[in-house]
Design a protein. Structure first.
Lengths: 436, 126
């Protein structure tokens, strides 16, 4: 092609400005033979501190138990190698599995329709804000200060090129979004959406219905988000809490943490937005012989058809991860999922009680309800916490920045601590022993 | 290709038929044929003031989504609710029952900028 148009490769490279290009080559080392590479790899691997059986670190990715049947079924070659289901006649298996996933999500989120997944919780949350802007047109959205900071940063990245302002609603004295500040900021000028995460970044459960009441007085869309999908097994979301969109991260549904991805974006909304929402949706229909058939539907919203007017530039989903989540939910079942959620609550309670009993920790925002994460103040510094936990099969908790939450007398360090069903009593005992 | 002789045409395949001071607007038979089976017609706000060339609505078929522009300026007086309920009327009767909106012409001279039926037929000859 370059020959045809009379150009050299360098002519393309010249299009990139100044320091975008690497000077003088990549400086890669010499190639290794397979056995040399294995040897180097073994040396690297031996530096790992041993398998982790539990994680006190949450903050957006969670260690949960994954039943063996989940990766077993999800890794069946027919699922792993399947292409995007553009041709429904040869993709019925894929399409049906995604339809099942959508059905699970509608039930769990308490909404009316769900797409067949997006990339991750952060980007699907950003997409929800863009959808709200398409519907309501106001060039401003509000986000609670208690939303995961990475999600907030992603929202800003997505909204900036559209010229949509993102204003933050303050946190109140209970670690929840301030309803007072919310009302005042909504009255100040028009807004397309309000974003509240529950459980929020500090692990605290927000009063979603109370937020919805205020939001709907001002003709904005209410976007509920979550980073911990397991909370869907116990807490109320969706239509019953006044949501227009429920969006978040599905990694807790049978996906490993994998250093941050690929994870699973969950997006559910109301039927009245069926031409405005982003992403793929699978519909149930019949074929020419009257048999049940599944197909990607409402395609006219998508980029290959709508181009720059598409509801999103996403033209894909995380099908294999969505399938994995569907297998996970199918294997634990409705009552099992609820039981797991309750177990998470119980584990956190046990952990907090144990940590407070050491005398070195105390809960911040004591009166606020939590799910499986909470903030604790401590007299033990982060380097010390890490070294005490070093020999144990647990990831240490996140140390929060100074000033993130109100100071506690004598306990200048704060941690976001997570406990899931993985925190077995034997491991908990070791943790408490190390932190006493 | 069906053509309606008493209508004026935009290059973008919309037609306008004048009834007194009102322009009835739709898309041509050529356009519906290219679109394929129409499944959805987007909302049009009665009372909105439009300039010639403004976006009137969007029509979705099974394979495409197409913007429809008003060929004339004026206030939207009426919207065809039958077509909202049965979008396929655009396929079966693009010049008749498949009309989209009625606009009170604010500048009838604009009709001179549009094509006659003969010119449009020539423009879209295959």
């Amino acid at each position: 092609m370059l020959q045809k148009i009379g150009l050299q490769f360098d002519d393309i490279v010249k299009c990139f400005s100044g320091n975008a290009c690497i000077e003088g080559g990549l400086h890669l080392p010499e190639g290794l033979t397979e056995d040399q590479m294995v040897e180097e790899w073994d040396i690297m691997m031996s530096r790992n501190s041993g398998p982790k059986k539990a994680s006190l670190l949450g903050a957006g990715a969670y260690m949960h138990f994954i039943p063996a049947i989940v990766p077993h079924l999800a890794s069946l070659p027919g699922f792993v190698t399947a292409y995007t289901p553009y041709q429904p006649e040869i993709s019925q298996g894929t399409l049906q599995s995604l339809f099942e996933f959508q059905s699970f999500i509608v039930e769990l989120t308490g909404m009316e329709l769900a797409n067949c997944s997006m990339y991750d919780g952060a980007s699907s949350t950003a997409e929800a804000m863009l959808m709200a802007h398409r519907v309501k047109k106001a060039n401003r959205v509000l986000a609670a200060a208690t939303v995961n900071p990475n999600y907030l940063a992603t929202v800003r990245t997505y909204l900036k090129p559209h010229g949509i302002a993102v204003d933050v609603v303050r946190m109140d004295g209970n670690g929840q979004v301030s309803l007072e500040d919310l009302a005042s900021q909504l009255s100040a000028s028009a807004c397309s959406a309000v974003l509240v995460q529950s459980p929020n970044y500090l692990g605290i459960i927000e009063d979603l219905a109370a937020v919805a009441t205020i939001v709907h007085r001002h003709d904005a869309l209410f976007v509920e988000s979550f980073t911990e999908a397991m909370a869907l097994g116990l807490l109320k979301y969706g239509v019953d809490t006044g949501a227009d969109v429920v969006t978040g991260e599905g990694q807790s549904l049978g996906l490993s943490m994998s250093f941050g991805g690929p994870h699973l974006g969950i997006f559910a909304t109301l039927k009245k937005y069926n031409r405005e929402f982003p992403g793929r949706i699978v519909g149930e229909s019949i074929d020419t012989k009257g048999r049940q058939a599944f197909v990607m539907t409402l395609r006219a919203r998508e980029q290959d058809i709508r181009r720059e007017k598409a509801t999103s530039n996403i033209c894909s989903n995380h099908a294999l991860n969505a399938l994995t989540a569907a297998v996970y939910l199918g294997s634990v079942g409705e009552s099992g999922f609820r039981a797991l959620a309750c177990e998470n609550v119980a584990k956190l309670k046990k952990l907090i009680n144990g940590l407070e009993a050491t005398g070195h920790f105390t809960r911040v925002f004591k009166q606020s309800p939590v799910f499986n994460e909470a903030v604790l103040a401590s007299s033990i510094a982060p380097e010390d916490v890490r070294s005490r936990l070093a020999g144990l099969p647990v990831f240490p908790p996140l140390a929060l920045a100074r000033g993130a939450v109100p100071d506690v007398q004598g306990m200048p360090y704060t941690y976001l601590v997570c406990a899931t069903e993985m925190l077995k009593d034997s491991i908990l005992e070791q943790v408490l022993g190390a932190l006493s | 290709m069906k053509i309606q002789n008493d209508a004026r045409y935009a290059k973008s395949d919309e037609w306008v038929r004048v009834e007194g001071s009102v322009g009835v607007i739709g898309i041509s038979d050529y356009a519906q044929d290219k679109l394929g089976d129409v499944v959805f017609v987007g909302d049009i706000s009665v009372g909105s003031i439009l300039k010639a060339g403004d976006l009137l609505t969007s029509i979705e078929s099974v394979k495409a989504a197409s913007d429809v522009y008003t060929p004339v300026s004026g206030k939207v007086l009426e919207v065809n609710h039958e077509v909202t309920a049965k979008p396929e009327l655009i396929n079966t009767d693009a010049f008749g029952a498949g009309w989209l909106a009625k606009i009170e012409l604010s500048n009838p001279d604009e009709l001179n900028d549009l094509m006659s039926a003969t010119d449009y037929a020539e423009h879209r000859k295959e």
